[in-house]
Design a protein. Structure first.
Length: 139
Protein backbone atom coordinates (compact mmCIF):
# COMPACT_ATOMS: atom_id res chain seq x y z
CA UNK A 1 0.00 0.00 0.00
CA UNK A 2 1.10 3.52 -0.76
CA UNK A 3 2.72 5.26 2.15
CA UNK A 4 2.29 8.86 0.97
CA UNK A 5 -0.53 11.32 1.61
CA UNK A 6 -2.21 10.99 -1.77
CA UNK A 7 -4.49 7.94 -1.81
CA UNK A 8 -6.59 8.66 -4.92
CA UNK A 9 -5.34 6.22 -7.55
CA UNK A 10 -6.23 8.37 -10.57
CA UNK A 11 -4.51 11.49 -9.22
CA UNK A 12 -1.49 9.50 -8.07
CA UNK A 13 -1.17 7.98 -11.55
CA UNK A 14 -1.44 11.37 -13.29
CA UNK A 15 1.15 12.96 -10.99
CA UNK A 16 3.54 10.04 -11.48
CA UNK A 17 3.31 10.48 -15.27
CA UNK A 18 3.95 14.24 -15.33
CA UNK A 19 7.10 15.36 -17.08
CA UNK A 20 8.92 18.64 -16.68
CA UNK A 21 6.60 21.55 -17.68
CA UNK A 22 3.50 19.34 -17.99
CA UNK A 23 0.50 20.87 -16.27
CA UNK A 24 -2.32 19.73 -14.02
CA UNK A 25 -5.45 21.80 -13.39
CA UNK A 26 -7.35 21.85 -10.11
CA UNK A 27 -10.71 23.55 -10.34
CA UNK A 28 -13.86 24.45 -8.54
CA UNK A 29 -17.16 22.67 -9.15
CA UNK A 30 -18.10 25.01 -11.99
CA UNK A 31 -14.92 25.07 -14.08
CA UNK A 32 -15.69 23.85 -17.60
CA UNK A 33 -13.56 20.82 -18.48
CA UNK A 34 -12.59 20.58 -22.13
CA UNK A 35 -13.78 17.50 -24.01
CA UNK A 36 -11.12 14.84 -24.32
CA UNK A 37 -9.21 15.76 -21.17
CA UNK A 38 -9.03 13.33 -18.28
CA UNK A 39 -11.54 14.47 -15.68
CA UNK A 40 -10.98 13.40 -12.09
CA UNK A 41 -14.16 14.35 -10.27
CA UNK A 42 -13.83 14.54 -6.50
CA UNK A 43 -16.89 16.74 -5.91
CA UNK A 44 -19.33 15.22 -3.42
CA UNK A 45 -21.42 18.25 -2.49
CA UNK A 46 -21.02 22.00 -2.07
CA UNK A 47 -17.58 22.59 -0.56
CA UNK A 48 -16.56 18.95 -0.18
CA UNK A 49 -13.74 18.50 -0.79
CA UNK A 50 -12.63 22.12 -0.74
CA UNK A 51 -10.34 23.54 -3.37
CA UNK A 52 -7.60 24.14 -0.79
CA UNK A 53 -7.82 20.57 0.52
CA UNK A 54 -7.27 19.26 -3.00
CA UNK A 55 -4.41 21.67 -3.75
CA UNK A 56 -2.69 20.90 -0.43
CA UNK A 57 -2.92 17.14 -0.99
CA UNK A 58 -1.83 17.18 -4.63
CA UNK A 59 1.16 19.42 -3.91
CA UNK A 60 2.33 17.02 -1.20
CA UNK A 61 3.05 14.58 -4.04
CA UNK A 62 3.77 16.88 -7.00
CA UNK A 63 6.95 18.89 -7.59
CA UNK A 64 5.62 22.31 -8.60
CA UNK A 65 7.57 24.78 -10.71
CA UNK A 66 4.85 27.20 -11.77
CA UNK A 67 1.26 28.22 -11.11
CA UNK A 68 -1.29 29.98 -13.27
CA UNK A 69 -4.23 31.69 -11.58
CA UNK A 70 -7.13 33.77 -12.93
CA UNK A 71 -6.49 37.41 -12.08
CA UNK A 72 -10.14 37.83 -11.05
CA UNK A 73 -9.51 35.82 -7.87
CA UNK A 74 -7.75 38.82 -6.29
CA UNK A 75 -10.91 40.93 -6.34
CA UNK A 76 -13.67 38.33 -6.17
CA UNK A 77 -12.17 35.78 -3.75
CA UNK A 78 -9.42 37.63 -1.87
CA UNK A 79 -9.45 35.31 1.16
CA UNK A 80 -8.96 32.18 -0.92
CA UNK A 81 -6.31 33.97 -2.98
CA UNK A 82 -4.34 34.74 0.17
CA UNK A 83 -4.60 31.11 1.33
CA UNK A 84 -3.37 29.94 -2.06
CA UNK A 85 -0.39 32.33 -2.09
CA UNK A 86 0.51 31.27 1.46
CA UNK A 87 0.42 27.62 0.42
CA UNK A 88 2.59 28.28 -2.64
CA UNK A 89 5.10 30.23 -0.52
CA UNK A 90 5.29 27.37 2.00
CA UNK A 91 5.63 24.89 -0.85
CA UNK A 92 8.57 26.84 -2.28
CA UNK A 93 10.30 26.63 1.06
CA UNK A 94 9.58 22.92 1.45
CA UNK A 95 10.65 22.06 -2.10
CA UNK A 96 13.67 24.38 -2.10
CA UNK A 97 12.80 26.08 -5.39
CA UNK A 98 11.06 29.15 -6.72
CA UNK A 99 7.51 28.77 -8.01
CA UNK A 100 6.66 31.30 -10.69
CA UNK A 101 3.10 32.61 -10.40
CA UNK A 102 1.36 34.05 -13.44
CA UNK A 103 -2.03 35.78 -13.52
CA UNK A 104 -4.18 35.70 -16.65
CA UNK A 105 -7.84 36.46 -17.35
CA UNK A 106 -10.36 33.76 -16.49
CA UNK A 107 -11.18 33.38 -20.18
CA UNK A 108 -7.49 32.76 -20.97
CA UNK A 109 -7.34 30.38 -18.01
CA UNK A 110 -10.17 28.26 -19.39
CA UNK A 111 -8.41 28.05 -22.75
CA UNK A 112 -5.11 27.09 -21.11
CA UNK A 113 -6.74 24.17 -19.27
CA UNK A 114 -6.91 22.44 -22.66
CA UNK A 115 -3.17 21.80 -22.41
CA UNK A 116 -3.33 20.10 -18.99
CA UNK A 117 -2.77 16.37 -18.60
CA UNK A 118 -5.90 16.23 -16.44
CA UNK A 119 -8.40 18.40 -14.59
CA UNK A 120 -9.27 17.62 -10.99
CA UNK A 121 -12.72 18.90 -9.97
CA UNK A 122 -13.19 19.82 -6.33
CA UNK A 123 -16.47 20.56 -4.58
CA UNK A 124 -15.51 24.22 -4.15
CA UNK A 125 -18.33 26.64 -4.89
CA UNK A 126 -16.58 29.98 -4.54
CA UNK A 127 -15.51 32.14 -7.49
CA UNK A 128 -12.27 31.62 -9.40
CA UNK A 129 -11.02 28.77 -7.19
CA UNK A 130 -8.85 27.32 -9.93
CA UNK A 131 -5.14 26.79 -10.53
CA UNK A 132 -2.94 25.27 -13.19
CA UNK A 133 0.16 23.71 -11.66
CA UNK A 134 3.26 23.29 -13.79
CA UNK A 135 5.43 20.27 -13.00
CA UNK A 136 9.05 20.74 -12.04
CA UNK A 137 11.89 18.34 -11.46
CA UNK A 138 13.39 17.21 -8.17
CA UNK A 139 16.99 17.58 -9.30
Amino acid sequence: MKKGTLLNAEISYVVSRLGHTDSLTIGDAGLPIPAGLQRIDLALTHGIPSFMQVVETVTEEMQVESAVIAEEIRQHNASLHQQLISLLNALQHRQGNTISIRYISHEQFKQLTQHSRAVIRSGECSPYANIILGAGVTF
